[in-house]
Design a protein around this ligand. Sequence first.
Ligand SMILES: C[S@@+](CC[C@H](N)C(=O)[O-])C[C@H]1O[C@@H](n2cnc3c(N)ncnc32)[C@H](O)[C@@H]1O
Ligand code: SF4
Ligand code: SF4
Length: 314
Amino acid sequence: MRSKNIFYKIAYKLHKMGFYFCSIKFYAEDQHNYTNIKFINFFIYIFNFIIGMWKKFPIFLTNSNYYEYLEIPITTACTLKCKNCSNLMPYYKKPCHMNMDQIEKSLNIFLTCIQNIVYIRILGGEPLLNQNIIRLINILLNSGKVQRVEIVTNGTIVPRNKELIRLLKNPKIIVSISDYKIVNNKKLQDFLKKNNIKFEVNKIKYWMDYGNMNYRGKTIKELKKQFRKCSSVCKSLINGQVHLCPRSSHGTDLNIIKDNQDDYVNLQDENVSIDEMKLKLRTLLKKDYIKACNFCDYGTKKCKKIPVAVQMKK
Ligand SMILES: C[S@@+](CC[C@H](N)C(=O)[O-])C[C@H]1O[C@@H](n2cnc3c(N)ncnc32)[C@H](O)[C@@H]1O
Ligand code: SF4
Ligand code: SF4
């Protein structure tokens, strides 16, 4: 058990490092430092190679699925209204909390299908708005297959519920504060420190502009190229469906993207056996593009860096 934990810890660090490398690359691009960009691209290539080899370790292959990461939005309500929210929150005209019975049911099937998962992020919207977060954290902690749980918050809410505070102290949990200039998150930081709750402050220099939700009419060749270049690893669970990215899950939830059953796994399909479900989850990871990419600029030259968390006018 102990050696397994070390594997997961390294996998978690590698996953996080992937994000950092992308940020360094974007920073070099920002500075127009093309020599560095070439060097960093080379470094990312080697890094991806190491990750690829790492995933060939038997621990990740034992005849069922290894999922590195999954995010679970538990609400579409938010305390901010960021113009370029990657999870499309401003598109929700009637924000609401997700159905926790449905999350629990589908998550149980997901956890039955997979061998282990390095980390799950609970987010939204603003996840601390939904008191049902307690129920979800309990499910994740009791599963034994989830190595880490991150709660991603915009820093506007300080938790007050005693049971939630008790759960947040669990060593498997980390509160990840997105550090936005428009929010003073000192209260939250002080509170977490005082209660010995592990947290990180995510200093984000800029966001990426994924563009509007209009259909772009790209060819399959273009979509495959875009998908290859997209660094999105954010598998997302909504309505009992596992999607490859939040653009796909929220876009489908909002009925902006037509329901494409090839682009997600429906964990609620009662006609599918657990073995078939495992196969579907594996097959999903092998896709070379999804229809949502036709509603997105990420991975193309159109996708530019933009200021973080700019608010919409009323
Ligand atoms: C969608 S938010 C949800 C959680 C919480 N409301 C928050 O803002 O931290 C999850 C993460 O996505 C990041 N994010 C949102 N829009 C983004 C964009 N256009 N480009 C890059 N990151 C983005 C946020 O900074 C945050 O760390
Ligand atoms: S990025 Fe902004 S709008 Fe989107 S969920 Fe986070 S705080 Fe809310
Ligand atoms: S829609 Fe496609 S290109 Fe856009 S973030 Fe998702 S996977 Fe990447």
